[in-house]
Design a protein. Sequence first.
Length: 427
Amino acid sequence: MSLPQAFVSRMQARLGSEAHDFFCALATPPKTAVRWHPQKGISRFVEARPVPWHPLGQVLEQRPPFEREPLWHAGAYYVQEASSMSLRAFLPEKRPLRIIDLSAAPGGKATLVLAELGLEGGLLIANDPDPARRIALQENLERWGIPAYFITGRHPRYWAERYPEAFDVVILDAPCSGEGLWRKDSTAMRQWSTQLVQRMRRLQRSLLFAAKALVAPDGRLIYSTCTFAPEENEENLAYLMQDESSWHPVLWSNAPPEVVSVSYGNKGVGYYFYPHRSVGEGFFISAWERSGQSVLETQSWKTTPAPYPLPKGIECFRQGKMYYALTPGALAMIPPRWEREKWEAFPLGERIRPAHAAALMVGGMTQAFPERPISSEAFERYLRGELFQAQAPVEWVTVEGLGVGWLYKGRPSLPFTWRRFLRNRCY
Ligand code: SAM
């Protein structure tokens, strides 16, 4: 692997005697990690090591073919590189929380947050301005199945202008020069240049100012990137927080020894993950808290009787013909004036026919529809769209007790790729 000279010089200056190990680690294959769903009740890769900073994280010895794995389709786990799972250490303990993830696609941090929020913990707004990446975000959040979110596609400035100080937690997992991803993605290295780092630094600063404006008193700003460039990390935060007396840094008091802390500004502390020291890819994370007392305004939406019985603790609301699901904790945290925004929520479908997402929801659907358990082998055929005969009008298809889709009487089950296009419709 031939590394750019400017990058080599910077990392040698930064890491000193560790630089050689770091460069060697960059030439090794990336490690695959997964984070298990806390409510779907399965956790089972045996040949795996725990991720030190996440109780449900595992690092795998080999990458299984996830796309053919029924448990992946059921949302029993999320494939996420291990360093990113450290976000959990920076989330506050208090509940309920109104959280916005400004650059959420494809959903790694967002699914982690939803796992923490559960049914009563609050609301996540998963935002990303890139429409193509939002498709993956939507699929991943539906598969995860905790309906405590809305997906939006605004620029962070839009949010900052309309909803200042409206969030308990603002996550900016910023677009960056991607130095930490070179093991996974060699194009990121080919596209790298010192000019790219400067361009990203400027973009991140403007996003950081918008993100900061969104934080409520007593709320947190969590900033992360997957790059090692200090200009994009601690230097940006030092600039953002200079002369701020009403903000203080959030420290990771029991950070594992393989994580390297860096001090910046007059009191900031950031945390670096290097591939020669720890199990994940390159990553930087740092958080700040605004002093004061939170007085978040909320506007609960009217719930509607669901079109079919829902799992316990999940509520239904309606927009036009479509029914959507939300947890009670999320319903209680909706910002005022919110119905005017453009969003996607967790779709339940129209009347009696459930949307694909509903099959994947936490809590299961056994009360509403007869369950149709199938084997892993049969699931492969189901994915290919092979015809299965349903006995009841609608059957809930499960593998190992977890929902993976629906079967309709008298109609072939649609191949997965078709289902993608029809995801939000009833069929
Ligand atoms: N948080 C995601 C996760 O954990 O899966 C990864 C986010 S990725 C590092 C950066 C994201 O920033 C991309 O999805 C990209 O679409 C988004 N992005 C690009 N330009 C942006 C902007 N101006 N404002 C906010 N997000 C932006």
